[in-house]
Every structure is written in C-alpha cells, then in structure tokens.
Design a protein. Structure first.
Length: 495
C-alpha cells in the first residue's frame, strides 16, 4: 500500500515577502523530491480558498498580513526537508535585504517618513490587492511616483489613485504593472536592453518586452519603459496614466521618440490619447494592437525607418518538422498581449478560435469564447498568464507546469496540431526555460513554433535558449508576429 501523504500547515505573523518571491519559493520547493504540493503565500481570502481546495486549510483563523506555509509530501523526511527549504529561502531573502532594523518599517508611509526629502522618487508596491491602494496612496501623498505590481485592485480605486497622482504631479504605473525600466533600472519582468532615445509607454508587459528586445536587436536603446497597467486604456480608466506618462517623456531630455504599446484599446480612449500625443513636442508612434495594426514587429520596423535605422533580419532558427494534414493551431501563451497579437493575425485566416481571453466582437474578429474546455478540438489560443489561471501559483514566465501539461494533453489526444508558444526571458523569468520545454517538445513530437522574447544580455541568453529549443525540433523566432505567420504557413502547407 502507498502511504498517505503527510502535511504541514502554519501561519506566520510579522513575515512578508512580495508575491513574485513567494511564487519562486513555492516553485523551487515544489520541485524537491518527495514533495507533492506547496503553497507559500500571504493568507489573503483568495489564497486561503486555494489552500482549502488543496486540502491545506489552516486550523486557526488567518489574516491577510500573515504568511501561509502549506506543504504536503510523501513522508516525514521529505516534509521536514521541504519546510526547512522554505525557511532557508525566506531567511536568504532577509539577509539580502540588509541588516535588520530595530523597529521594522512595514508600510510605504513609514518608510518614506524615515527618509529625508532627497530620498527615492519611486515607490514599488507588491502586496495583496486589498492593501495596495493604501500603500500607493501614501506614496502619492509623499510626492512619489509609484509602481503597483499588485493585481486585484478595484478599477474605481485605480481611477482614484491615478487622478490623485496627476494632481500631485507624479505617475502611477499599474495596478498589475509587471514590467518597467526607469532610468536604466529594470523593475518586475524586464529584459537587459541598452539605454537609448526611445521611450515606451506600455499598457502591456510582454508587449513592452517584445518591443524593447526588438529595438535592442536593431541597436536602438530605450530611455524609459513606463508601464501603466493593462486597464489604463479601457473606457473605465480613460488612459489617465498613459496621458501622464506621455507628458513625462515629452519633458525628458533623454527621450527623442515615444512608442505607445498596448493590447486593443477602447476606441474612444485611443482617439483621446492620439489627440494629446499630437500636441507634444516629441514624436509619438502607436503600437496599439488592432485589426488594422495587428503586428508589434511592424510597428518597431516603422519606428526604425523613421529614425533612419536599418531594419535587421530578426533572429530565428529553423526546423524540419512539418504539420500533418488537418492540423489545427494550439497557442499556449504566457504573455496576454502576445496571445492577442497571435489571434489578431490568425483569426482572419483560421476563423473561429477558442480562447480564455477572446478578442472583443466589436473588433470584427471571429473568436469563439463559448467552449470553456480549452483542451477541446479545434483552434485554441490560451493566455496562461491570465489572472484566472495564476491564482495561487507562479506566472507561467516563472512556472511552466500548466503549459507543459497542456502540451502533453495535445500530444496524447492524437489531434494533429501546430503548437505556437512564447518564451519570455529576462529578470524574474525562468532561469532556463529550455531545460524543461525542450524535453517536453521532443516527447510531444509535434511541430512547434516558439516566439523567444529576449536579448543576448539576458541572464538566460537568447542564442543559448534558441539553440536548445531548435535542437528539440522547434522553429524559433525573435518576433512573435513572424512566429505566428510561420505557424500559419505550416498549417496552410498541410491542407
């Protein structure tokens, strides 16, 4: 008989770590031999609900400022080693933060009040959504711009924060701002790119990463990448942070041109932003996705042409794998904007595409959201980075588990398919994504096309990752648009 798993569930007070760090701890400990499940997270209602679903609910009443450590393992030795690994990872974080203070500063307000007036101009908030608003408000009140990494912030609170920031002459980046570069300092998920004259305003994290990496490949650097949060160009928010970010870049001597990067924006907001941009002294070019402009790579190429910079041949690797007759598209994305770009390019060719984040019908695209089973037969594009799929687990740029499981299911189904995936490199991302993806691609035996977003200077190294994926049979492209078109070519050749 197989022994029943053993469990450890504890709540720790006075301990806090940001969500990205806790996701990495959960992932690393979960990969240890004999460990069957791990959840290390702040004890928010959402995380407690997830823990209950895993059979790891704490016995005592929890509060959102406590740390939940929940582990199951095959035996007592594996459990003890896993808990010790959690403790070691958290202790390492505290050592990296520097000497402990006599009285720890636990809020943005307390931290700023302890500084002189020449302290940092930017605060970063990465706490559970219900607590992020108060922390961001304190930063704004102290005259600091703020990057809100947290998601789960109500849209009305986002609007209130951004209006307060405008009145205070500072900027709110976010909520749910995963990527930014400010004066060369990378924040969140960002790539190692050169400094230069192009400023990016981005209502898209992976979109900003794609654009900044392509610019870097062309020898052009960025002055700043100002993320504004994925909802900023919605009707509800009205582009409040985008307008402020454009004004800041217009006043920045290091910025000579601006590129606006976004998922499909609300038409009325896009129009208002375009009118404001036309009044600025710095030229502003739009890379907002739409049926008429579905291609971020084309937007970068247009900007390079305006700057008099030759468009390079974007790096790629080829494979001999071809599609079987009747093959369909299976898009497994970590980046929501890259998934949108793929659907914008593929839907006019393929017709109905099932997706958990379907493009809006008013965009004139045929994208079918009706089937909740995204493993169903037919064309599918899944954004595995969507909030609904990242509850209580690491983002797919950190943890590939869900995408690898989806790849295995498609291979086992017998349905002929071409797999289209993004792999995003840079700070905070999986330190070696090809190490797990390449064996999975070999095992699946399906033609796969990979959009590899990154630079040679990234910790993972673009060429090292590309070579490993190509050796596993993947077609690899630095451009997501080129990757999507190549996948469509494979499908067309199989008809």
């Amino acid at each position: 008989m197989t022994a029943a798993p053993v469990r450890h569930v504890s709540l720790r007070s006075g301990v806090y770590a940001d969500s990205v760090r806790l996701m990495q701890v959960s992932r690393d400990v979960g990969a240890r031999e004999g460990v069957t499940a791990v959840l290390v997270a702040m004890a928010t209602p959402l995380n407690l609900e997830l823990a209950a679903g895993m059979g790891l609910a704490p016995d005592e009443t929890a509060s959102g400022d406590q740390l939940l450590v929940a582990v199951t393992a095959e035996d007592d030795d594996a459990l003890a080693a896993a808990v010790a690994a959690v403790d070691a990872a958290l202790a390492a974080r505290e050592r990296a933060a520097g000497p402990a203070q006599t009285v720890p500063l636990r809020t943005i307000g307390a931290g700023l009040s302890a500084l002189d007036t020449d302290g940092p101009a930017l605060a970063v908030v990465s706490v559970p959504g219900p607590y992020a608003v108060a922390e961001a408000a304190d930063a704004i009140a102290a005259g600091r711009s703020v990057l809100v990494f947290s998601d789960g912030v109500p849209v009305e609170s986002e609007v209130a924060l951004k209006r307060a920031a405008h009145d205070a002459g500072v900027l709110v980046m976010g909520p749910d701002c995963g990527t930014a570069i400010v004066s060369g300092l990378a924040l969140g998920f960002a790539n190692v790119v050169r400094r230069g004259p192009v400023g990016l305003v981005a209502a898209s994290g992976t979109g900003a990463q794609q654009v900044s990496c392509l610019l870097d490949t062309a020898g052009v650097g960025v002055s700043h990448v100002l993320g504004v949060g994925g909802r900023d160009l919605s009707e509800a928010v009205g582009g409040l942070a985008t307008l402020d970010a454009l004004a800041l870049l217009d006043a920045d001597p290091a910025t000579e041109r601006v590129l606006l990067v976004s998922k499909p924006p609300a038409p009325s907001v896009a129009s208002a932003v375009a009118e404001a941009a036309a009044e600025l002294s710095v030229p502003v070019r739009s890379a907002a996705l739409s049926p008429a402009t579905p291609d971020l790579t084309a937007a970068v190429e247009g900007l390079l042409a305006e700057m008099g910079v030759a468009v390079p041949e974007w790096p790629s690797r080829t494979s001999t794998r071809t599609a079987a007759p009747g093959a369909v598209l299976k898009g497994f994305y970590a980046g929501g904007t890259l998934a949108d770009e793929a659907m914008l390019l593929a839907a006019p060719v393929l017709g109905d595409i099932r997706s958990n984040t379907p493009l809006r019908p008013e965009l004139g695209l045929v994208v079918d959201p009706s089937a909740p089973d995204l493993s169903a037969r037919g064309h599918v594009v899944v954004d595995f980075g969507d909030d609904a799929l990242t509850v209580g687990r690491a983002h797919p740029m950190i943890d590939p588990t869900l995408r690898l499981e989806a790849l295995a299911r498609v291979a086992a189904s017998g349905e002929p398919a071409v797999v289209l995936m993004d792999v995003v490199l840079g700070h905070g991302a999986d330190p070696d994504p090809a190490a797990t993806l390449a064996p999975a691609l070999r095992a699946a035996g399906l033609p796969a096309v990979v959009a590899l977003v990154g630079t040679e200077a990234d910790p993972q190294g673009w060429s090292r990752q590309a070579d490993a994926l190509a050796a596993a049979g993947a077609h690899v492209f630095a451009s997501n648009a080129q990757a999507t078109r190549h996948a469509l070519d494979l499908l067309g050749a199989a008809r």
